[in-house]
Ligand binder design. Structure first.
Ligand code: ATP
Ligand code: MG
Length: 220
């Protein structure tokens, strides 16, 4: 599903380069739930941006669902990102003026799906995350955990090859965070491939495999 081979990434800092990822290799099979654990500044978001096709690598190879990502042009990358990846962020990133239902439908509407089938799918997915009763509410009328479940529903609605979560429980209290991790576990048992990035070893334990990123070096 995901195969990174010897990926290097640096950022330019004036005259110098900051080498952030060092020969990172990572293989994730379809249906896995992988946690990437690392301290602040270890390169987690940099790695996530590369896996999510939001940034390019300097050297190395990246294959996602059979597509050679490192050879793709920016517009092709945007397309891969839309079709293959479901993003979940610490801060949910929901659209405040839209209802729960509209937020979840949006990725399908952007793709040109007709409104009726988009709504049917959104209702199905909201049921899956336990929020069918909340569909006409606005995000600010929901708790943090509920908002994160809306974000998860929105990420799932396009049936992405992989769900990519950057500190998905970072804004939640520990009980609500556990609920979200249980939901990930359930989604994973239904066959969803999940990669989550975290600095919290308790959160990382929700995954079936934990990899550690330290100063840009990834190890089992
Ligand atoms: N666009 C950029 N330009 C220059 N340096 C960057 C850029 N993005 C990240 N860095 C640097 O790369 C290193 C890794 O950053 P990254 O955001 O990947 O860390 P992180 O593990 O996600 O940290 P955190 O847990 O604090 O979010 C840091 O030293 C950061 O300052
Ligand atoms: Mg980060």
């Amino acid at each position: 599903m995901i195969c990174l081979e010897n990926v290097n990434k640096s950022y330019r800092m004036g005259k110098n380069f900051l080498h952030v990822l060092h020969d990172v290799s990572l293989q994730v099979e379809r249906g896995e739930f992988v946690s990437i654990l690392g301290a602040s500044g270890s390169g987690k978001s940099t790695l996530m941006n590369i896996i999510g096709c939001m940034d390019t690598l300097d050297t190395g190879r990246y294959t996602l669902d059979g597509i050679s990502v490192e050879q793709s042009e920016p517009d092709v990358l945007a397309d891969i990102r839309n079709k293959k990846i479901g993003f979940i962020f610490q801060k949910y990133h929901l659209i405040p003026k839209y209802s729960v239902l509209q937020n979840v439908m949006l990725p399908l509407l952007i793709r040109g799906t007709d409104r009726k089938s988009a709504q049917e799918k959104a209702e199905e997915i909201l049921e899956l995350v336990g929020l069918q009763q909340r569909k006409i509410q606005k995000p600010n009328e929901l708790s943090g955990g509920q908002q994160q479940r809306v974000a998860i529903a929105r990420a799932l609605i396009t049936r992405p090859a992989v769900l990519l979560a950057d500190e998905p429980t970072g804004a939640l209290d520990s009980k609500t965070g556990q609920d979200i991790l249980s939901l990930f576990g359930a989604l994973n048992r239904q066959g969803n491939t999940i990669i989550q990035i975290t600095h919290d070893s308790n959160v990382a334990k929700a995954g079936s495999r934990i990899l550690t990123l330290k100063d840009g070096v990834l190890s089992p």
